[in-house]
Design a protein around this ligand. Sequence first.
Ligand SMILES: *Cc1c(COP(=O)(O)O)cnc(C)c1O
Length: 455
Amino acid sequence: MRNNQIYLNPSEMPTEYYNILPDMPEPMAMPLNPGTKQPISPEDLAPLFPEELIMQEMSPERFIKIPEEVLELYSLSRPTPVHRAYRLEEFLGTPAKIYFKYEGVNPAGSHKTNTAIAQTYYNKRAGVKKIVTETGAGQWGSALSIATQHFGMELEVFMVKVSYHQKPYRKTLMQLHGATVHASPTNLTNSGRQILEQDADSPGSLGIAISEAVEIAANSSDTNYSLGSVLNHVMLHQTIIGEEAKIQLAKVDEYPDIIIASAGGGSNFAGLSFPFLRDKLTGDKKDLRVIAVEPSSCPTLTKGKFAYDFGDTVGFTPLLKMFTLGHTFVPPAIHAGGLRYHGMAPTVSHLHKHGVIEAQNYHQIEVFDAARDFLTTEGILPAPESAHAIIAAITEAKKCKETGEAKTILFNLSGHGFLDLGAYDSYINNNLEDYKLPDEVIMRYFADLPVIEES
Ligand SMILES: *Cc1c(COP(=O)(O)O)cnc(C)c1O
């Protein structure tokens, strides 16, 4: 029998996160205080985050020890397997070897628990009683609800309204874990009321939900805010994915030529790729190609601007230098495939700006076609977000078929799609549309970018 899955023993589990900051090609632009437009200090972040996460956000240390309690909770599902997609390779007739890291086995079905557990642990240690957050379709909120329940903390979630109504089951999962869930925009915050005054039927967006959650956390002493992607400490926690994958591939004498992951805020991409990028930035793997994949309807890396922008719609968060479509961007509601955030992690943006990584975008119907081919060959229903990585892997494998090269491709299957069957139902009934964000529309959102004088 062939070896489809490469497992690690718990004893082989990595015990440190990898921090890419010291290995960056150039120093990164500092986040700015939204009021003074000066570089932020740790105190600026103190109302929202515990000290240890603020330290991680700016840490110069290359490796950061994973706390014992965090490793213990990770052991519910980690180490996660690496699979060789033999049946997909045969279906494509490619000489390429396709491997994927499967994060869908985690509680709540995606990689997001990797940082939810770590963030909740550090907040608990800092004496915080309650966490408030936003969630789009509910992946992040449900991951966080598992962690807050475990550590005996309260959780309040602002869920983007269109998803709250279209995808109610993740809300149910959060509620089972004891969380309070609101459809955002709400009239519970100034931010929400401000949006509802402009548009009473606003479908909401991640940017709006972040404004609501940050407002609550900033105004309460025992409550902190938690973000599921974008920030440096989130990327850091996700590197457990790539650190494991490296050991797993080494067991079969492999090292990838191409690494692929979907990119919404950048965390599953960073998580898989950064430990390998260490070898490209500081070692001999100069030819390693690393590809971030996004939807054509929200083309942040491929069409966005590299500029200072807010992480939220109202403008509470620090200004981050990143690829962005503009913080006022509201994604089209017809889009079923996730990955709808206006910005991109500053670390991922910086690497793209310096040509270390590549970015591609695909239309949603071809993404769902790839998801179906993956399901029917490998037997796993992917999250639509993860299917963006699948289509890019298939595209690269088909190129190998043309050139006859047996490249090794590794992609991140960031989650399963069992709570996305509504989107798959639309797909098989031909109710999905392709939507490419027109350049004129992008230019209009760019006009709202904050004006920052940079020396
Ligand atoms: C949230 C999510 C993503 C996108 O977020 P990143 O921070 O870019 O990883 C991708 N895949 C799945 C399954 C998700 O839940």
